[in-house]
Design a protein around this ligand. Structure first.
Ligand code: SF4
Length: 460
């Protein structure tokens, strides 16, 4: 359970469980920040709390089950439960609210990004403490990630309607946050010591489409609400701190090309997380994927010419309805030719309410699973070959763990590794006893070997 700074002795206590993706995490941080600002304290267990808030995920069936089980546990142990997040927006059978159908005793249910509604519900059931400890809240708010990296959510929702996805029906169409607010948050995070900023949304390259790339203001200067301009400004903010800016969920629209000079100059990390999902045009059409008409192999080759250091991460779906052996082979060939550095793959699994469930020619489960395994074999070979090329190189890495100041070594990441989803750089115990390795700091390291998804390196 994440914690918030202690409110006054005797202040009401709130239990908090945060499930789901980085976007849900930022919602949790906003709610925790507000709770702390109003003087509430966190409870260490469900049983000891005055109230429990569960931030849920509703993306795939496993996440739905985990969320419903957690709500059930909180109800059994505490009884006073508020539910927020994606699952809160989901309809159950017959159209009513799913959470209320399964757990009629919950006190309140809201959808995602509903800090104010959650706070209103908290106030109804556990009145605000008298003496808000606003001063206890650090200016950057409460973060659930370790201090040296943070997620920056730039928009909510999505204008696409991919047939396997129900996010738009839960989160609605794209709503971009005002560029001035996003940059102010980024500056507060850097000022608070964040060394790596991870830009997240459902569709980062679409930032600003909903407001027609309106010109906003930051520090009295005009800035367009558009991905490239946003990245330029983030790079300027990161520079004095020597911090990293990393982009996630970038669809390969033409204007992504404009990022390459920023990446080649190292001002934004030369790392792109592009969720391709498939390569074959017919499958992409059945998936109704954004940017499906783009010539992705050509585009990737051009990106790599402009920025040879570029690392590509992507996720794919194997066994989508109607996927032929030839279409699947096309996908394998794509991963090889594109040289995808980091790939994840799901065997297609129908999500309740998704349009893809109506598509003809669903593949048997065993075949989907078999294709996923075959895909991973190819992807891992590609990834290992690309990792191997780094042996002998010297890289800047950001330290995540270093017990005893790194005397026994530690764990870090290079620009090629996003936290939690990619590999790591395992640091050997330093040769010199005087070398200290500190969490949240950058060190230079020489890569001595590659192992699985990871590199092994010695700190210099
Ligand atoms: S782009 Fe597609 S997969 Fe991503 S959130 Fe939008 S609809 Fe879902």
């Amino acid at each position: 359970m994440p914690s918030i700074p202690e409110g006054p002795e005797g202040a009401p206590t709130i239990g908090f469980v945060s499930l789901g993706c980085p976007k849900a995490l930022t919602d949790s941080e906003l709610i925790l920040t507000q709770l702390s600002a109003e003087g509430y304290r966190t409870a260490k267990s469900f049983a000891g709390a005055d109230l429990v808030i569960v931030n849920t995920c509703g993306f795939i069936d496993d996440a739905v089950k985990e969320s419903l089980d957690t709500i059930g546990e909180a109800l059994a142990e505490n009884g006073r439960v508020i539910v927020t997040g994606c699952l809160g927006a989901k309809a159950g059978e017959g159209g009513g609210n799913l959470v209320r159908q399964v757990h009629p005793k919950v006190l309140a249910v809201t959808g995602p990004h509903a800090t104010q509604e959650v706070m209103d519900a908290v106030h109804v059931h556990v009145p605000k403490p008298h003496d808000p400890f606003v001063d206890l809240v650090p200016p950057q708010g409460i973060k659930l990630t370790p201090r040296h990296y943070a997620y920056l959510k730039i928009s909510e929702g999505c204008n696409h309607r991919c047939t396997f996805c129900i996010i738009p029906s839960m989160r609605g169409d794209l709503v971009s946050r005002p560029v001035g607010d996003v940059l102010a948050e980024a500056r507060a995070l850097f000022d608070a010591g964040v060394k790596e900023l991870l830009v997240v949304s459902q569709d980062t390259s679409a930032y600003g489409v909903d407001v027609k790339y309106r010109t906003g203001f930051f520090d009295g200067r005009p800035v367009k609400t558009r991905m490239v301009e946003l990245c330029e400004q983030l790079a300027l903010l990161a520079e004095p701190h020597g911090a990293w800016v990393r982009l996630h969920y970038v669809y390969p629209y033409p204007h992504v090309d404009e990022l390459m000079p920023l990446m080649a100059a190292g001002r934004v990390l030369p790392y792109l997380d592009v969720p391709f999902q498939h390569s074959h045009p017919d499958v992409l059409k059945r998936m109704k994927r954004p940017a499906s008409g783009e010539r992705n192999l050509e585009r990737i080759a051009a990106w790599r010419r402009a920025c040879p250091e570029l690392v590509l991460r992507s996720t794919f779906i194997a066994g989508f309805p109607g996927e032929t052996e030839a279409e699947f082979d096309h996908l394998l060939q794509f991963v090889r030719e594109a040289g995808i550095d980091r790939a994840g793959c799901f065997a297609y699994s129908p999500v309740k309410g998704a349009a893809a469930n109506e598509l003809a020619d669903a593949l048997p489960d065993a075949l989907r699973e078999e294709r996923r395994a075959r895909f991973m074999q190819v992807a891992e070979a590609v990834s290992a070959e690309r990792l191997e090329r780094r042996v002998g190189a010297t890289m800047q890495v950001l330290v995540d763990h270093a017990p005893q100041l790194g005397r026994k070594g530690g764990s870090a990441r290079s620009y090629a590794d996003a936290p939690e989803i990619d590999g790591t750089v395992r640091l050997l115990p330093p040769a010199k006893a005087s070398t200290q390795i500190r969490v949240g700091e950058f060190v230079r390291a020489r890569v001595v070997a590659a192992q699985g998804h990871d590199l092994i390196a010695e700190a210099l």
